[in-house]
Write a protein that binds this ligand. Structure first.
Ligand code: UD1
Length: 336
């Protein structure tokens, strides 16, 4: 019998790719989502990729009764917790919503997991917990100084989960700190369906190349980097999803709570991403170099050693694959 894994936020950008990676690895995902920033239209796509109708429950992670029902209805062996609010800019103007959903949701989920006797948890954290790094690449023991409300909610949940694991040795928790996930399923069936204008660089490039948005505004050409533009650690969302499966396998023989970076372990500048996207789509992308964006850092990329050693995981898809798959998704409309 395949193990049943609950994926909260399973209809979202990362969660949907995680659900597919789980099926491919021989697990049976159950998707839970309130569709606040996603849509049930992802479900037929999941069905097409999985080869069967992946069970899906519409519920909010803060709804303890709804979660109890899921744990009663399915033999959940572990949870991958992707549900949450993730727009950095919005978090500054809606802190209550971000603490409520991200922190409140994690507390309710942990309560219900405790009642159900389920101790394995993979948590979607973020490299934004680091803020401005003292040194590069960034290892997991680097200081945590998040710049945004969003990043602080992730740090609070990490602290909470570490406290749980210290108090009760049964917990097995992986805190996955994502760097910059991008790209889409190569089928073109799953991708990032941003509501309104995308915040992140790669989906923006897709919309610009498709003529839906005007020129790219490059946020700063005077950073202390090789070409003056910001450097980030982009990883293919399929690699990221496989990292969750690797974390799940690792947890089967682990105890406690541990942060693990998921990144490629190297950085690319904005101009390098633009060039890669131009190669993928065969079009020129007009750009204007403008002022730095408040809150940005010059460079941010992972020391991915821990993931390699403990999870036997590393990224296998390069920048060209990221851009080719993002472009395919965009050409299919870039939405569900
Ligand atoms: C952002 C979030 C981070 C989150 C991550 C993944 C901020 C400050 N950080 O990271 O917390 O985990 O997304 O969702 O928002 N860029 C441009 N022009 C644009 C857009 C982006 O030049 O129009 C540049 C940025 O300055 C940066 C790079 O592209 O150098 C990547 O930006 P983005 O995709 O927004 O990701 P991050 O800022 O790294």
């Amino acid at each position: 019998m395949p193990e049943t894994i609950l994926v909260t936020g399973g209809a979202g950008y990362v969660g949907s790719h995680v659900a597919v990676a789980l099926v491919r690895a021989g697990y049976a995902p159950v998707v839970l989502d309130n569709y606040a920033n996603s849509t049930p239209a992802v479900l037929p796509r999941l069905r097409a990729l999985a080869g069967y109708a992946v069970p899906a429950v519409q519920a909010d992670v803060r709804d303890a009764e709804a979660l109890r029902t899921v744990f009663r209805d399915y033999p959940i062996a572990a949870v991958i917790h992707c549900a949450g609010l993730k727009a950095v800019g919005e978090s500054e103007v809606r802190p209550l919503a971000y603490y409520d959903v991200n922190v409140g949701g994690a507390i309710v989920l942990a309560q219900v997991m405790g009642e159900a006797g389920v101790a394995g948890l993979v948590f979607s954290s973020s490299a934004s917990v680091y803020g401005e790094p003292d040194a590069l690449p960034i290892a997991e023991d680097a200081p945590l100084r998040p710049h945004s409300v969003y990043g602080r909610t992730k740090r609070v949940v990490e602290d909470f989960l570490c406290d749980l694991a210290r108090a009760n040795a049964n917990w097995r928790i992986a805190l996955l700190r994502y760097f910059n996930p991008a790209g889409a399923d190569p089928s073109g069936l799953l991708g990032e369906a941003a509501r309104g204008r995308p915040n992140n660089l790669v989906p923006l490039l897709g919309k610009i190349a498709a003529g839906e948005l005007a020129d790219l505004t490059v946020h700063g050409g005077d950073w202390p980097t090789a070409d003056g533009t910001g450097v980030r650690d982009y990883l293919h969302v399929q690699d990221l999803a496989e990292g969750h499966v690797a974390a799940l396998r690792y947890l089967a023989g682990a105890r406690g709570a541990l942060p693990i970076n998921l990144g490629a372990g190297r950085g690319h500048s904005v101009l390098e991403i633009v060039a890669a996207f131009e190669r993928a789509c065969g079009r020129r992308i007009a750009k204007t170099i403008a002022r730095r964006r408040p809150g940005d850092v010059a460079a941010c990329y992972a020391d991915a050693t821990r993931a390699a050693q403990l999870l036997q995981w590393r990224t296998t898809r390069d920048l060209d694959a990221i851009c080719a798959d993002a472009w395919r998704w965009q050409q299919g409309g870039g939405r569900y």
